[in-house]
Design a protein around this ligand. Sequence first.
Ligand code: C2O
Length: 473
Amino acid sequence: MQTPGIGLNRAQFITSLSALALSLTTGGCEQIAQEIANRPTRKNIANLASNDPILVTWRSAITQMQALGGGDVFNWNSQANIHLNNCPHGNWWLLPWHSAYLVYMERIIRKLTGDSKFAIPYWNWANNHPVPGVFYNNDVLNDHNDSAHQITIASEFVAHDVLEPIMAQTTFELFASGKVVGQRTRGVSGPLEYTPHNNVHTTFPASGDMYNFVSPRDPIFWSHHAMLDYCWVDWQFGRGNANTSDPDWGNLHFTEFVDENRQPVNIPVAITPLFAIFDYQYEPSQIGLTTDTIKAIKTKSDANKLRAIARRGAPSALKVRQRFELPTATTVNVGAAALGRIAAPRATLDAAAKTGSGQRILVTLRNVDPPAAADFFVRVFVNAPGTVSDQTPITDPHYAGSFAFFQMTGMAMGPGGYVVDVTEAVRRVGAADALDVQLVAVPQPGREIRARGFTVGALELAIAELGAPANKG
Ligand code: C2O
């Protein structure tokens, strides 16, 4: 076995790996490769009939888990509480944490049902914006707290052409979210989290489960996160991008999950990219503008190639060449655009926006004090000549992206940040001797607005170098 990367020493790696490979028999290498090739498949839920064996298993497991006493770690709500009490959001552990959460849920379900092939089916919201119909039948896959009306996710959050620029980011912290010190500290959220992830949650009714941190009570949560995980898996193994090499990322241990024997586990983050090689695989579908090209594992050498990608790390922080700041606070109220003007030389912005410059123009909203209720999302426009509004279409060339808040209503989550890549928008509309950033708070469709707005502590404009280009392993 080669020495692993991403901040994990060989002994730790082997310990974690053997825990992870428990379900594999200790046969010869080819036999193990065989078992990896036959690992359970997370299917596209759109392809499953409502009596598909996967859904039969899933309903049976949920029924059993709901019937268990509240003191049992397998109890359905106890499992949701693992999320409520530990989930990292707004930081670089979002993806590995939720990935591990799903893996242990799958192992529990396999154990409870005896269906060793079970894997959580994913909801590809890019292909299918409405919530899949199986979640509205009269059975346990229907969380009645969320099903007052059927939900469709707006295409501006999840369409393929919205996902493509996110999937095309090559730097981990700009694809996922940014570095922080503690597991639940809020840092700077990246676009995969703040656009599709957060908006899928907050499109659901504010009185329901999906809208906040008890969302795992709703089975939709698991299919939503199986899709989010698929985006990460495709980013790594299809598009060939490296996670961060910062040891502070890989060396954090998650200790809040339990395995299929109700035993607490202790796993380093660095192991989580390997789950998609050993524990499960994805039935391919389209994410962004390409269809998943993850190579199937047929031989030991296929497995090793993917393992090499998973272990490879790259610098994940952005290399910032120049930084400009608007240190004053901006208040954004629902119903009116707020403007922040960040002074920066036109020539610098022009040069960075040029195709092939190897640079990105990034606007970071710092010290964002989140609203008390996440009933709106925020569209970002740059250099618009007049005042924009919530009627300004997102086809407007000055539109640069949008973000949403995901939190517990009434729970102080602390301020966070949002980084928006405005390079393409500046290229389309041209630079000036300042970057005008307009923020528009737009109510989620059909939502009663309980919070009037939010405050951005400071706006930052950074000219950053592109991360190392993706290369396939
Ligand atoms: Cu921790 Cu989508 O939730």
